[in-house]
Design a protein around this ligand. Structure first.
Ligand code: HDE
Length: 698
């Protein structure tokens, strides 16, 4: 006899799922859920079974389609720059470059061109953290009326290698090691430093990566660079060499290394969240756009080759002309459809912009188009909405292919054709005047596989960068190399790095060797002896960014019985200057202030350590502070804020917590009894003077 349970007829009660109401309501919902082919679905909770407890039937196309689609939701992540965050916005030209280019995006002053900008780390996978020491991608897609222009840059103006043929080696070396699968999103391991030590040309960029530029505070606080040299072409076909620059309105700012490491645990999405929240709050990130322009003659007079991507042109040598601005003012609606599926191609350029012979750029011109096929799966990736040209729809005779969504009409799919002579649509034709033009660069030479002699100086600009930094920045850079080399297990690699560093700056090499407690080796032979270039203060961060509360977050740790007036005054003053204030408490429900008023918390202490704030305040009562003394997270809150050079405002009653956390009095530790202003002054920046008392730097 069949089991009673099995034979029981399914009823509304017996067949209910998580949502419950399956057979009960007869009303038609406003938006009906359907299959991908539009068939309305009656039950999205239960699969089709042979009996209530029976096996699921193959016939269940609703279930199969849903699971099938889910099984294929993931696409291959980018081989580099897999982890990214993006936003929509606009570019506005403020100064015309009509004398040097015909590209309308650079000549129509006042015109706003839509952009989509994606920032990224390089080495980590799509699910890795936001704050490793790494280069950051800075890719901007301008939807111009003459086709898309993709300026695919980085937050560092030079690159590790000079020739595209070394790119797979570079990336293999920095990614997780091939046998063990770790470390994820980190350059501090054997294979990366092995490669770097054997490739002296990488020394300059590595200086940048080891500097505080490698650990940005926010995506909104990074510079961007086109890196490679490009050309602009004017009406007469005259070419001008150009380097592109983005400068953040909030200034270039960074974290401390110890802070970046801790943020990775506290909030792996720190940068993504920061960008998203800033835009959602209406604090739109903004950058100035600038160009460095050179004639070929001026470029030839430089002491290095402008086609060598391991070299920059100091601003002091060729000033940056600011010609526009970019504002990011809209978050993506859908991460996958936009941020993940966006495809940037350095080959996307409107007429009037052209490439140079930089051998790194030349390789990139092939790679980006090619990689989209493996990532997005079809040659028709340009039809995905985020990649479509806007204001300049594509039209050509390319046809078909997987995921073709464009329904071409007529039979003109070849050219030349004369179909229009009998009234048919003959399709588009090339425009010799208004179409894309290539600079008439004279070429000569023999086919040969060599590196140009003009690329041979690997150390002068690395030296220029290091020596142009302020004291604290030099100390951070040296300490970063010590940290990374301490994670390297191969002593011969450490020694080779040091031997190369001797060519950059002997004092730097000595400091790193001392930090590792190993003997300094002999200087490595340099292909060309480095020279001392004029220092470039423009390469610094410290002392350059504006001291402002704009874009900063202040965490206020509040306890029961605390003085609410202090919190209110601080909040009003800080928010009045553009900061964001978050109330942190032991419990998310908040606290009861002196006088009985309730104050809701924005975050619970365990989930809001001070590393995620730019400055902190501790508004505690005496009893409240006694409670905090028993909570390790509260002690760390104060200790880390101090160690990370942040301003700390506090009530007198919070002093025992500061004492326990080892917070020493200095200009950045401020009693809030004197009013909010005394605290807001140090809160506008980091307390660099404090550093020697909290860290042993190399
Ligand atoms: Fe890239 N790079 N790259 N790169 N790159 C990619 O293209 C490549 C280089 C940069 O947010 C890939 O669509 C080669 C320099 C950014 O989607 C790939 C070489 C600079 C992004 C590729 C370089 C960059 C990429 C992977 C040496 C700064 C992310 C996914 C010849 C100017 C774009 C993709 C985004 C992405 C190749 C060097 C910046 C594999 C072969 C130099 C910002 O095609």
């Amino acid at each position: 006899m069949a089991d009673a349970k099995k034979t029981k007829k399914p009823t509304a009660e017996a067949s209910h799922g998580a949502g419950g109401e399956l057979h009960q309501t007869a009303s038609v919902p406003e938006a009906r859920i359907t299959t991908n082919h539009g068939v309305p679905i009656s039950d999205n909770q239960n699969s089709l079974k042979g009996g209530g407890r029976g096996p699921t039937l193959l016939e269940d196309f609703v279930l199969r389609e849903k699971i099938h689609h889910f099984d294929h939701e993931r696409i291959p992540e980018r081989i580099v720059h897999a982890r990214g965050s993006a936003a929509h916005g606009f570019f506005e030209l403020t100064e015309s470059l009509a004398d040097v280019t015909t590209a309308k995006v650079l000549t129509e002053v006042g015109k706003k061109t839509e952009v989509f900008t994606r920032f990224s780390t390089v080495a980590g996978g799509a699910g890795s953290v936001d704050t490793p020491r790494d280069v950051r991608g800075f890719a901007v897609k301008f939807y111009t009326n003459e086709g898309n222009w993709d300026l695919v840059g980085n937050n560092i103006p030079v690159f590790f290698i000079q020739d595209a043929i070394k790119f797979p080696d570079l990336i293999h070396s920095v990614k997780m090691e091939a046998d063990s699968g770790y470390p994820q999103a980190a350059s501090a391991h054997d294979t990366f430093w092995d490669f770097i030590s054997l490739m002296p040309e990488s020394t300059h960029m590595n200086m940048w990566a080891m500097s505080d530029r490698g650990i940005p505070r926010s995506l909104r606080m990074m510079e961007g660079f086109g890196v490679n040299t490009f050309r602009l072409l004017n009406e007469d076909g005259v070419a001008t060499l150009v380097k592109f620059h983005w400068r953040p309105k909030l200034g270039t700012q960074s974290t401390c290394w110890d802070e970046a490491v801790k943020i990775a645990g506290a909030d792996p999405d720190y940068h993504r969240r920061d960008l998203y929240e800033a835009i959602a709050d209406g604090s739109f990130p903004e950058w100035e756009f600038g160009v460095q322009l050179f004639t070929q003659k001026e470029a030839d007079a430089l002491p290095f080759d402008i086609l060598d991507a391991t070299k920059l042109v100091p601003e002091e040598v060729a000033p940056i002309r600011i010609i526009g601005r970019m504002v990011l003012n809209r978050n993506p609606d859908n991460f996958f459809a936009e941020t993940e599926q966006v495809a940037f191609l350095p080959t996307n350029m409107p007429p009037g912009i052209d490439v140079s012979e930089d051998p790194l750029l030349q390789g990139r011109l092939f790679s980006y188009q090619d990689t989209q096929l493996s990532r997005l799966g079809t040659v028709n990736f340009h039809q995905i909405p985020i990649n479509q040209a806007k204001g300049c729809p594509f039209q050509n005779f390319q046809r078909d292919g997987q995921m073709q969504t464009h329904v071409s009409k007529g039979r003109a799919n070849y050219e030349p054709n004369s179909l229009s002579e009998s009234g048919e649509d003959g399709g588009p034709r090339a425009d010799p005047k208004g179409g894309f033009r290539t600079a008439a660069v004279p070429l000569e030479g023999t086919k040969i596989r060599i590196r140009s002699e003009t690329f041979a100086d690997h150390f002068s600009q690395a030296r220029l960068f290091f020596r142009s930094q302020t004291g604290p920045e030099q100390a951070h850079l040296a300490s970063a190399i010590v940290f990374e080399l301490s994670k390297v297990s191969l002593n011969h690699v450490r020694l080779r790095v040091l031997a190369n560093l001797m060519n950059v700056d002997e004092e730097l090499a000595t400091r790193v060797a001392a930090g590792l407690a190993i003997d300094l080796p002999k200087k490595a032979d340099a292909a060309v002896e480095p020279i001392d270039l004029d220092l470039s203060p423009a390469l610094r961060i410290v002392g350059k960014y504006p001291e402002t509360l704009e874009g900063r977050q202040i965490g206020v740790l509040v306890t029961d019985d605390a003085d609410g007036k202090i919190v209110d005054a601080l909040k009003a003053a800080a928010e009045g200057e553009g900061a964001k204030v978050k109330i942190v408490a032991l419990k998310i429900g908040g606290v009861t202030l002196k006088g009985g008023k309730k104050l809701k918390a924005d975050a619970q202490l365990q989930g809001a350590p001070s590393v995620i704030f730019d400055a902190v305040a501790i508004v505690a009562s005496q009893a409240g502070c006694s409670g905090l003394l028993k909570e390790g997270a509260a002690v760390d809150f104060a200790k880390d804020a101090f160690g990370h050079l942040k301003a700390i405002g506090h009530t007198e009653e919070a002093q025992p917590l500061l004492d326990k956390a080892g917070v020493e009095p200095d200009a950045g530790v401020v009693d809030l009894g004197g009013g909010a202003d005394a605290f807001l002054t140090p809160a506008r920046t980091r307390q660099w003077d404090r550093e020697p008392s909290v860290r042993i730097l190399a």
